[in-house]
Design a protein around this ligand. Structure first.
Ligand code: PAF
Length: 284
């Protein structure tokens, strides 16, 4: 596996592969890789001749007071995992190369509406940071396919919208969330949980499963359900940002006839802010 730190070096290698006719799959990450990321890389491996993975802890998507400085950085272990998973190139740009200008002076990507809802309400500017860095990385790597995890469901919907709106020549492939045996969605931020919190964190997924069962049994009083499930999590010791039932495709509020739903939750437990979701496809 090649490791490249400069944008010029990356472009040179991509050019060589393109001349040989190779297709390229891309997995953008912020590092601290776990089994969920490995799953994305393995899927990328199945999709294209060459697999590029980026590790860049993107300052633009962290708000003031968030965990940018504390975000776990484990580059040597990450490189070993990527090598084992079959990545061809690890791209690790410096922040000074990605953002040579002051954040207030540079061009950014806005995906309005979608970015201000759900997590966007609690993390203003977060999705502007995500969309901006993902577009930059797409321009640098120029992949045929990019692979994202479904755990960050709102991020996935926003990236699909950006790709569609801006006619980007890349296919977005999503991969289901990988979970611990107790149901907890794998996440780099699980590292912030104590052992006891890690056990309790499984309740998040259990609550999603409960809501899924209610929807499958015909419940459609979405607002009441959202309040009930958020309250149950609060009683268990979570500080809930939202528990929401939305349309799968665009995250808008569903009407009672909608069949493709997604249940999303964001909640704080100790030092960690956890997010999770479940897709629900109801029979007509
Ligand atoms: O999902 C992530 O790890 C990040 O938001 C991403 C897509 C790599 C952009 O920094």
């Amino acid at each position: 596996m090649l490791t490249v730190n400069s944008i010029a070096g990356l472009r040179e290698q991509i050019h060589v592969w393109r001349l040989s006719g190779d297709t390229i799959a891309f997995v953008p990450t912020m590092g601290n890789l776990h089994a969920g990321h490995v799953h994305l890389v393995k899927e990328a491996r199945r999709q294209a001749d060459r697999v590029v993975v980026s590790i860049f802890v993107n300052p633009l998507q962290f708000g003031p007071g968030e965990d940018f400085a504390a975000y776990p950085r484990t580059r040597d272990e990450d490189a070993g995992r990527l090598r084992a998973a079959g990545a061809d190139l690890l791209f690790m740009p410096e922040a000074s190369a990605m953002y040579p200008l002051d954040a207030t002076a540079m061009s950014v990507v806005e995906v309005p509406g979608l970015s201000d809802d759900l997590c966007g309400r609690f993390r203003p500017g977060h999705f502007r940071g995500v969309a901006t860095v993902v577009l930059k990385l797409f321009n640098q790597v120029q992949p045929d396919i990019a692979v994202f995890g479904e755990k960050d469901y709102q991020q996935l919907v926003i990236i699909r919208r950006m790709v569609n709106d801006l006619d980007l020549p890349v296919r977005i492939l999503s991969v289901p969330t990988v979970r611990e045996t107790n149901g907890l969605a794998m996440s780099s931020r699980n590292a912030y949980l104590t052992e006891a919190e890690r056990v309790k964190a499984a309740l998040l997924h259990a609550e999603l499963e409960l809501a899924l069962k209610e929807l499958s049994q015909g419940r459609r009083d979405f607002s009441t359900m959202e309040i009930e499930h958020a309250t149950a999590l609060e009683s268990a010791g979570f500080q809930v940002d939202y528990f929401a039932i939305r349309r799968q495709q665009d995250l808008r509020q569903p009407d009672a006839h909608e069949l493709q739903l997604v249940i999303l939750v964001a909640a704080r437990l100790g030092r960690a802010r956890l997010i999770d979701n479940l897709k629900v496809s109801l029979a007509a």
